[in-house]
Design a protein around this ligand. Structure first.
Ligand code: ZN
Length: 581
């Protein structure tokens, strides 16, 4: 079977006249909004403010629609000039609207605390309390409007230039492995090859290539860390991680407890590494063996069979969950075919609760692709379940964003294991799931610890290349213990991680998301179908409350270390199952 999406419910093509009409309408609406509210937000009563927020929300949605369509067109065919031109045109239009209405949130933040408290106590704003809280939480760290504008402008040539240097230099690097010049992505893909020497040769060449430009990576990271430190000082932000916690809607104590608990379970990763060494017939793993295949890859699976498998697993969990996923095929909201020019990777793009999301992937039939299909459809189901929310409350923060996607993958793994009699295939399935969890929970914890340590060190002056390598090595050594030997070039392992440059402290959200799903899955294992309604309720909430509030409704206290323990229990079981297979 083939699956291409049908975008005609949005627009009829890059030349659809409705595109211009909608861009025009959004511009006019933004101008009217500006005229009506600029300089008056602080004087509105609760009912008038509620109306203003609704206009703001509608305006935002209308302004994003043409650009959303352009992005989908472009992703499906990056060589299409008309799509590319539309991306540029819609981006400019959306930026114009965003600039015109930026005053609204600034004025909301400027309202005095007591006046604001009276406003939000009013029932007229009941539905908006969460969103207003998000805006107001940044009040203590916000500068004046002209200062904010200066910071934004200077960031283009400051932070922005460093990020661009990182991207351009790392994108330009080629790595010579066995007489072939490889891109970074191609070189790293060799870590999944069965030939042990080849894996080590490839990774060493890759890291040595990065080491050649050590001065640049060190300068980029130092520049970004110092920039962030100075901006935190200007804004009176007490801790460099705090802005990320605000985005993620979690308290620092929650993250601390989660990370400490993760470290307490590093031994589980080590247990797996020792087991994998035995399976590969090695006395000890090197870190270039972590992703080595333990069996022949299984035969490729057609898309129709993958679709049936995933839908069966979802229907087995809950009929509604399965039906929502099936819609993506029936309504043609999914583009899964492999085509030249199609964007790499996979996504589920959400527009608004009033419009369906769209799933894109390039399905080639590997087991990784089947898992990706389950993952993205999980996102899709989450989006649809939250379709009763207001647009500003629709999408959850990063910490809750993977709640259905990773759960969907878990359902698929279980369904596959339950029907698979062959020992080597079962082992490969279990290894894939465990390795995925180790990479998402433990490795991301190591990355975050390294980043925190580097930022702390930067406070007392520039951090040298040698110190960065030392910090990286020691955080990794904690995870690997005596179970994995790191290759010498791995001292440079920090230098190619884009998250440190693009999205500071992003990685702990991966830990949170994956552990949360394992914990929820544990509850499902314990309670069976009785757990389903509570889980669906969590998804229906979308981004309408902070994670601790939503999970509290399920009886979870996320500041309690025992909460995270349940997630590790699932991993312990998987390890036991693998040992017994
Ligand atoms: Zn995802």
């Amino acid at each position: 079977m083939s699956a291409t999406w049908d975008l005609s419910s949005l627009f009829h093509g890059p030349d659809d006249a409705r595109l211009d009409a909608e861009i025009e309408a959004a511009n006019r609406a933004a101008a009217t909004f500006l005229e009506t509210y600029r300089g008056r937000v602080g004087a509105l009563d609760a009912a008038a403010l509620a109306a203003a927020i609704t206009s703001y929300e509608d305006l935002d949605e209308a302004a994003r629609r043409p650009g959303f369509y352009a992005y989908l067109l472009f992703s499906a065919d990056t060589q299409d000039d008309a799509a590319r031109r539309l991306v540029d045109r819609t981006r400019e239009a959306a930026l114009g609207v965003a600039n015109a209405v930026a005053f609204f949130e600034i004025e909301l933040k400027a309202i005095a605390d007591d006046a604001f408290a009276r406003l939000v106590a009013d029932d007229a704003l009941a539905e908006r309390r969460h969103w207003l809280g998000l805006v107001r939480r940044r009040r203590p760290y916000t500068l004046s409007e002209p200062e904010e504008r200066v910071v934004n402008r200077k960031n283009l040539t400051g932070r922005g230039a460093l990020v661009q240097l990182f991207d351009e230099l790392s994108g330009s690097l080629r790595f010579r492995v066995d007489d072939r010049d490889l891109t970074g992505e191609e070189a790293l893909a060799l870590l999944y090859e069965p030939d042990r020497e080849l894996r080590e040769r490839a990774f060493t060449t890759f890291l040595d290539g990065y080491a050649t430009h050590g001065i640049v990576w060190t300068a980029v990271l130092n520049g970004l860390m110092q920039d962030h430190r100075l901006e935190c000082e200007l804004r009176h932000v007490p801790d460099p991680v705090l802005p990320t916690h605000l985005d993620n809607e979690v308290r620092p104590e929650t993250v601390d407890a989660m990370m400490a608990e993760t470290e307490r379970h590093y031994h589980l990763a080590q247990r797996y590494f020792r087991l994998k060494a035995t399976m590969l017939g090695l006395p000890q793993l090197k870190n270039t063996d972590l992703y080595a295949p333990i069996a022949e890859p299984p035969a490729r699976m057609g898309l129709d069979q993958a679709r049936m498998l995933v839908l069966d697993a979802f229907y087995g969990f809950d009929a509604g969950f399965g039906a929502l996923a099936q819609d993506f095929f029936d309504q043609r909201w999914i583009d899964a075919d492999v085509r030249p020019g199609k964007r790499l990777g996979a996504f589920c793009a959400s527009m608004s609760p009033r419009t369906n999301p769209w799933v894109l992937l390039s399905y080639t039939g590997t087991s990784r692709d089947v898992a990706t299909l389950a993952h993205e459809l999980g996102h899709g189901v989450h989006d649809r379940l939250a379709s009763g929310r207001r647009p500003l409350d629709h999408l959850p923060p990063l910490t809750l964003a993977e709640t259905a996607s990773v759960f969907g993958e878990m359902l698929l793994t279980r369904a596959l294991l339950d029907r698979e009699p062959r020992r080597d295939v079962r082992r490969a399935l279990l290894c894939a799931k465990i390795e995925d969890t180790i990479a998402t929970v433990f490795r991301q914890n190591v990355l975050t610890r390294f980043e925190m340590a580097a930022h702390a060190r930067r406070a007392s002056g520039p951090v040298t290349t040698g110190e960065l390598g030392e910090l990286w090595w020691s955080e990794n050594a904690k995870l690997y213990g005596g179970a994995v030997q790191m290759i010498p070039a791995y001292r440079w392992g920090w230098s190619y991680i884009p998250h440190f440059v693009h999205s500071r402290f992003y990685c702990y959200a991966y830990v949170f998301g994956e552990l949360l799903v394992l914990t929820l899955y544990r509850r499902y294992q314990e309670e069976g179908p009785a757990f389903v309604p509570a889980y669906l309720e969590l998804l229906r909430a979308g981004g309408s409350e902070a994670p601790d509030v939503l999970l509290g409704r399920l009886g979870f206290a996320i500041d309690d270390a025992r909460f995270w323990d349940r997630g590790f229990a699932v991993l312990t079981d998987l390890l036991g199952e693998l040992e017994a297979t």
